[in-house]
Design a binder for this molecule. Structure first.
Ligand code: UGA
Length: 448
């Protein structure tokens, strides 16, 4: 099928590339002409595992193309995936102006009936407004059907998540739209694609469920899903605080409770809390949506509050350990909001750096992928590609991201170059016993 993708950010590029790899013909567009020029030249503007590979193969097979002309892209596809940004406004609600702009463009440029699919994360009822806007702007000329098809892709494993989803949710108002989306996802549902992640040896996981719901339910499912995961993390973080006071070990507690399948072991990792461009903004947008219809989502407000306090707790641990922060040299290990991405949006590490810089610390930071992005924001920070260089003469090492390279760091080697053998671990990466054996003062979350 011929498909259009509007917006070439994380969601748009992964969606476009994977649907092209699954056999469809895809045309992508973006208001950022520079980004389109890069894509045409074979450059991949974001770091996402396997994405370069599938963009290259889809390009070679003529399955994916790019245009800076939004009209051309809109006319190309039978279905149009809207993948534009919905950033938070000051009050926490989602800014839907990009969606509105695209609706006007689709209405003006389409020359045939279109299935318009919201893929961007949007608050419930956006689909209804989108349908209204398309009808109003098109002046009755063209038939548009609207659907919601939320994505559940994690940054870093987005390509794998796309090809091996737990569920594909489509919110529609008429069965034909549901059938068209089922056709689009048929290669994924029937596993008829050559998997770029597992090279033909995909694990025998259960097949994805194709769920057809109303548009409002589909929109709600996305926010409800992310908010629940955020809630789980905050719960684990409060448990960690409690464990510290009581003298228990949060890893033992969360592991044991997680073995109950009703709870599950994932997303119970205590530490610096959640960041990124999804959880913090989605939880706010969900609270804000609930408030507009008179529902007080108190439980999510608490989860958000707990998450903000994580930075204070981390800084408290740093202050307690260092006594005086001013003039101390600190090594920050990890800038990205989580491992396997170069994304630093709402990354806890950035707030930690900002606060320590205010207190007069000398900051040496390192990250396997996010250095370039962070450099632009912090001219006063010293950046190093080599973690051992960042650790040189440091009075403390602060672990902010759960990268594998830090899990495997040679602390014996680090000890030789550090000014003081102190590690303050915001991601609970190491065993307190082992760090003690290595002669380190070691501070983490919920395991004191
Ligand atoms: C999240 C969801 O997991 C995806 O399903 C969803 O599609 C995506 O948002 C989205 O809305 O686009 P992502 O933001 O890529 O994906 O990151 P996660 O892997 O969910 O991690 C979020 C944050 O929580 C990270 O800062 C991570 O370090 C933190 N985290 C995660 C914890 O602090 N503890 C945990 O146990 C797990």
């Amino acid at each position: 099928m011929r498909l259009s993708v509007i917006g070439c950010g994380y969601v748009g590029l992964v969606t476009g590339a994977c649907l092209a790899e699954a056999g469809h013909e895809v045309m992508c567009t973006d208001v950022d002409a520079g980004r389109i020029a890069k894509l045409k030249a074979g450059e991949v503007p974001i770091y996402e595992h396997h994405l370069d590979k599938i963009l290259a193969s889809a390009g070679k097979n003529g399955k994916i193309s790019y245009t800076a002309d939004g009209g051309e892209a809109i006319r190309f596809g039978e279905a149009i995936f809207i993948c534009v940004g919905t950033p938070p406004r000051n009050d926490g609600s989602a800014d839907l102006s990009a969606i509105d702009y695209v609706a006007q463009q689709i209405a003006a440029e389409a020359r045939s009936p279109k299935l318009v699919v919201e893929k961007s994360t949007v608050p419930a009822r956006t689909g209804i407004e989108l349908q209204r806007a398309l009808t109003a702007y098109s002046r009755g000329g063209n038939a548009f059907r609207v659907a919601s098809n939320p994505e559940f892709l994690r940054e870093g494993t987005a390509v794998e998540d796309f090809f091996h989803p737990d569920r594909i949710v489509v919110g529609v108002e008429d069965p034909a739209a549901g059938e068209q989306l089922r056709e689009i996802y048929r290669p994924i549902l029937e596993r008829k694609f050559s998997c770029p992640v597992h090279n033909g040896k995909c694990p025998d996981t259960h097949k994805a469920e194709f769920l057809v719901t109303t548009i409002s339910s589909a929109e709600l499912i996305k926010h409800a899903s992310n908010s629940f995961l955020a809630l789980k993390i905050s719960y684990a973080n409060v448990l960690a605080d409690l464990c510290e006071q009581i003298g228990a070990n949060v890893e033992e507690v969360t592991h044991a409770i997680g073995l109950d399948p009703r709870i599950g072991t994932q997303f119970l990792k205590a530490g610096l809390g959640f960041g990124g461009f999804c959880f913090p903004k989605d939880i706010q947008a969900f609270i804000s949506l609930a408030a507009t219809v008179g529902v007080d989502f108190e439980i999510l407000k608490a989860a958000e509050r707990v998450n903000k306090q994580r930075i204070e707790r981390f800084l408290g641990k740093i202050n307690k350990a260092l006594w005086v922060v001013k003039g101390k040299r600190v090594a920050v290990l990890g800038l990205a909001f989580k491992a396997n991405t170069d994304d630093i949006r709402f990354a806890p590490a950035l707030e930690v750096i900002r606060r320590l810089a205010e207190e007069g610390a000398e900051i040496h930071a390192t990250d396997p992928e996010a250095l370039e992005k962070a450099k632009k924001q912090f001219p006063q920070v010293h950046f190093h590609e080599d973690p051992y260089k960042a650790l040189e003469s440091a009075h403390a090492a602060l672990v902010c991201t759960e990268w594998d390279v830090y899990k495997k760091l040679d602390w014996d080697r680090a000890a030789k170059v550090m000014a003081r053998k102190l590690v303050i671990d915001g991601r609970n990466l190491y065993s307190p016993e082992k760090m003690k054996q290595l002669g380190f003062e070691y501070v983490s979350f919920g395991r004191e």
